[in-house]
Design a protein around this ligand. Sequence first.
Ligand SMILES: [Zn+2]
Length: 353
Amino acid sequence: MEGIQGFERLITSPQTKRVGLAGARVASNGGIQVDFGGKRFVLDPSAPAKADYTFVSHAHIDHMHAPSRQERIIASKETRELAAARGYELGETMEEVEGIELLDSGHILGSRAIRIGDEVYYTGDASGRERAFLGRCKTRNARVLIMETTFGSPEYVFPQTARVVKDANRVIGEAYDRGRPVVLMGYQLGKAQLLSYYFSAWEPFLLQSGVARMNETYSRLGVRLRTGAGFDLAKELDDLPQGPWVMITPMSNGRSRVMSHLRKRYGAVLVAFSGWAVGGGYGRFLGADYAFPLSDHCDYPELMRLVQEVSPEVVYTTHGFAAEFARDLRRVGFSARTIAPYQSSLFDYTKAD
Ligand SMILES: [Zn+2]
């Protein structure tokens, strides 16, 4: 607690004291702190943490920090490699620690959930369905579930992935018929590799340089994807071939300098892929011609199923619709509360029920 801002907001409610008696205590700061079995674990902190173990669930920037040399980092080998490719040196990492279990969370390559004893299960970011080379989040029973709830609102129900891929292929085919290239946009780590997998049969197939670098790392870690130097769009914007092609790029606003140029000079069609594309409006917001709901997170029914599978006594929600999802869980009989940093008030846990 000492010297770690926010850590003094420990849980003191009757329910969680009961959990505390069994040996686990949960608190929130820039990361999530779990005290269990005489050890302190800090999960996905945003800054170096004083703990026996620091857990890094996956290599997305909002789940990483530049660790201090004293930290003992629990992370998968893939997370360590992907972090390094993005300039975050995690140093020595470990996957085997007594009393803990790492489980595939299905979010991106190497993403892991962690189970601490049989008390606490923390999902990190998680997906509820198989996609390409990724499995779905694996679950175990635990008394305390700490879960991400990015899409924890009932309107977020994602269509079948095969349906999305089919619809996107139709858009690409129509663009090719008119001689126009297509830019497929998704987050540089994770989504762009799924897009590279699903749409690599189109020729010519181009990659933006940052995506190419991530594809290279995936390939080195055993997921064979199209690779190559890739185009640095900041410098090589006028060097692309004419005629139809498909290019995978990071998510970008359609009104940005690069995307406007691709539109004007090449007649490019812009297609965005994100879970936020459910229900329309997202494509317009982003300035894309099309937006498809393809996500690396659980949709609402998958979040609910995850809770049922873990069958916890207490649920803590974090990210996105954290308060709404906790409220919905309480309505169906679970004890649930958000643990989002700076908005949680863990002292009055029971009052919120
Ligand atoms: Zn993530």
